[in-house]
Design a binder for this molecule. Structure first.
Ligand code: GLA
Length: 388
């Protein structure tokens, strides 16, 4: 990959680049909790966003998305119509904007991006891109990066330039992932601890529905609004509560009697999911794959029925696995309304299960099911690193 990127950069821009890569992520459990200052348990995976960068002297930012064979020149000063830019370029504008605020003399750049991460599949390709850009910019001006500054800039880019009011999980996991470990992140304190993720003879496999529903972004923001109605109600009775995750299940239960059932379910899901994250963390510590698998199924049920962020393809795939003993757990993952399910499958029987699921999915939805066996890797880094 390194040679390929170097050659492509040289061919396009005539110079040697600094290379950076940032991985995508899976989330073992804890979805739609990060923006409620709750708990998440993600891990970085062996699929990456790559960035090559070098200064130029032509006073134009020259951008090349190698996989799309798309090239454009960007003059930040005269940039008016952001909507006209392709989405990959908007992330670059967002991160450049941040960099310019830190370093007004930041030079104009040649930039190449390429990816082994499926784009838009719920594996956080945009967070990986922003992290890689942040590290690349800092490397270019030879400054030691503060990884947390980069992840907050990446999150802000998502808010401002992509219109998604996301939490911090994706950026964090892509930056701080560690080989063979998951990380328990407390989104209130923004502190994490790693936990080994070796579940004996079981491994994680992603099933990609191939679906990306258009309503994903608006529904994502809508869930936040629904929960903020619940939060305001709680705040009237319990002073000092500044986020949903600061309430316990026991404190929240009595609200059932005077609360819209939909709002109650949305909020209760968040509190229950936080609880499942803690239990899952304990399961990983003791290597209890069976209990962890059950928590995955419970998480999916909550996301689908209480939080309302699943879709028929995701529900079908999760239900399907319940018929197979070698599968201990399955759940939708990330924002929802499509993307991947995460499955915990016995290594020796995974091929049989995968094959059967592919056939059933094809029969039901007349579309192929792509599957990926993932391993857990280190977070974002600047070259030299262990390029495959
Ligand atoms: C998306 C967001 C994350 C998180 C997940 C759901 O991936 O970017 O911040 O909210 O959805 O857990």
């Amino acid at each position: 990959m390194r040679q390929k990127l170097r050659a492509a950069f040289l061919h396009k821009f005539g110079t040697q680049p600094i290379l950076v890569r940032a991985p995508g992520r899976i989330n073992l459990i804890g979805d739609h909790t990060d923006y409620h200052q709750g708990l998440v348990l993600p891990a970085a995976i062996n699929a990456y966003m790559y960035v090559g960068i070098q200064k130029n002297t032509c006073y134009q930012n020259r951008l090349y998305a190698a996989d799309l064979k798309a090239y454009l020149e960007l003059d930040l000063q005269s940039l008016t119509a952001m909507e006209k830019l392709p989405s990959w370029a908007r992330y670059i504008v967002g991160m450049l904007d941040w960099m310019k605020q830190q370093e007004p003399d930041f030079p104009t750049i040649d930039l190449l991006i390429s990816s082994t991460l499926p784009i838009g599949g719920g594996l956080s390709s945009s967070a990986a891109l922003c992290n890689a850009l942040g590290l690349a910019f800092m490397a270019l001006i030879d400054k030691k990066p503060d990884p947390k500054d980069i992840i907050f800039a990446a999150q802000k880019t998502e808010h401002v330039f992509a219109g998604v009011q996301c939490g911090i999980m994706d950026q964090y996991a892509s930056m701080f992932g560690k080989s063979q470990q998951a990380l328990l992140l407390d989104c209130r304190t923004i502190q994490h601890q790693w936990v080994p993720c070796q579940l004996e003879n079981y491994q994680f496999v992603l099933f990609d529905t191939g679906v990306k529903h258009n309503l994903a972004e608006s529904a994502y923001n809508m869930r936040q609004q629904e929960c903020s109605i619940g939060l305001k109600m709680i705040q009237k009775s319990i002073p000092g509560i500044d986020a949903l995750s600061a309430v316990s299940i026991r404190e929240f239960l009595p609200f059932k009697n005077h609360c819209d059932p939909l709002i109650f379910d949305r909020c209760m899901f968040v509190l229950e999911e936080n609880d499942r994250v803690l239990k899952s963390y304990a399961c990983l510590q003791t290597g209890d794959a069976i209990s962890f698998g059950n928590l995955m199924y419970a998480s999916h049920a909550g996301l689908s029925k209480k939080y309302g962020v699943s879709c028929s393809e995701l529900d079908f795939l999760v239900a399907l696995t319940e018929d197979y003993a070698p599968v201990l757990g399955a759940r939708m993952m990330g924002g929802g309304f499509g993307g991947n399910t995460l499955n915990l499958i016995h290594k020796s029987e995974k091929d049989t299960v995968i094959q059967a699921c592919k056939e059933a999915y094809k029969q039901q939805f007349s579309r192929p099911l792509e599957t990926y066996e993932v391993s857990l890797v280190d977070g974002a880094s600047t070259d030299p690193f262990n390029f495959q």
